[in-house]
Write a protein that binds this ligand. Structure first.
Ligand code: ADP
Ligand code: MG
Length: 238
């Protein structure tokens, strides 16, 4: 089956004459894959995700992407004047679904993120972890194949993050999504991903296949070995 997302020698500059923030970037994402992109702050990860989302267009190169993707942001980006249910319904309505389908997808994804009891709350009445669950449900409610997440858990405390990792893996399994997630946590990337792309200065430096069986735990020796491998990719040679 064709790769749902492909970047072929993609370049992106925000200025003219060009300074390439994304510099000759080629990557093909497989259907139903969980792909993590890691790299130092400022190396261009969010720019790559925005290109895949269609928020930005490449300066040069070819990009294959679906017409619409679900997107989850670090800052949640919920609509504060709508309830949890209202935020999810809004996304479904924007897809042009009729009211029966809007109701059905809203209930389905409220349940999937374990927020059935919170439908009538407003974002300000939720914890950070609960807000991000709403962000995920909203991205799912558009019912597109590809789900993009830009450091979705970076602002949350570690216990909550563990729960959200498990929830995201359940969702991935239940929905067969193709997931592309940015992380700056090596352990998070090894815990979740089938493959990890290591990005540096706008370029894809390496792709690591994580061949560990699931469920994975950080206590496993092979797990730490993968993390070490990843870390060494981003450590400059002495
Ligand atoms: P990352 O997500 O890896 O931290 P970004 O893709 O956000 O990196 O940013 C990469 C570089 O592009 C940074 O140097 C940033 O300052 C620059 N940049 C990001 N967005 C813009 C923009 N809209 N205009 C100009 N420069 C930008
Ligand atoms: Mg970023």
């Amino acid at each position: 089956m064709a790769a749902p997302v492909q970047l072929i020698h993609v370049f992106k500059s925000y200025v003219d004459p060009p300074v390439y923030i994304v510099d000759d970037f080629s990557l093909s994402i497989n259907e139903n894959e969980f792909f993590c992109l890691v790299g130092p702050s400022g190396c261009g990860k969010s720019t790559v995700l925005k290109l895949i989302a269609g928020i930005l267009t490449p300066t040069k190169g070819e990009l294959v992407r679906p017409a619409r993707v679900g997107m989850v942001f670090q800052s949640y980006a919920l609509l504060p004047w709508l309830t949890v249910q209202g935020n999810i319904e809004f996304a479904a309505r924007m897809q042009g679904f009729d009211s029966d389908k809007v109701d059905a997808v809203t209930q389905r994804y409220l349940k999937m993120v374990h927020l059935e009891g919170y439908a009538a709350r407003y974002p300000r009445e939720l914890s950070g972890g609960q807000r991000q669950r709403v962000g995920i449900a909203r991205a799912l409610a558009i019912e597109e194949e590809v789900l993009l997440l830009d450091e979705p858990f970076s602002a949350l405390d570690p216990v909550i993050v563990d729960e959200l990792h498990q929830n995201l893996l359940e969702i991935w399994k239940a929905t067969n999504k193709t997931i592309i997630m940015i992380s700056h946590h090596f352990e998070e990337a090894v815990l979740l991903a089938d493959r990890i792309g290591v990005m540096c200065d706008g370029a894809l430096k390496e792709i690591i296949d994580v061949s560990l069986p699931r469920p994975r735990t950080e206590e496993q020796a092979p797990f730490m070995l993968e993390v070490k491998k990843l870390r060494s990719c981003l450590t400059p040679a002495p």
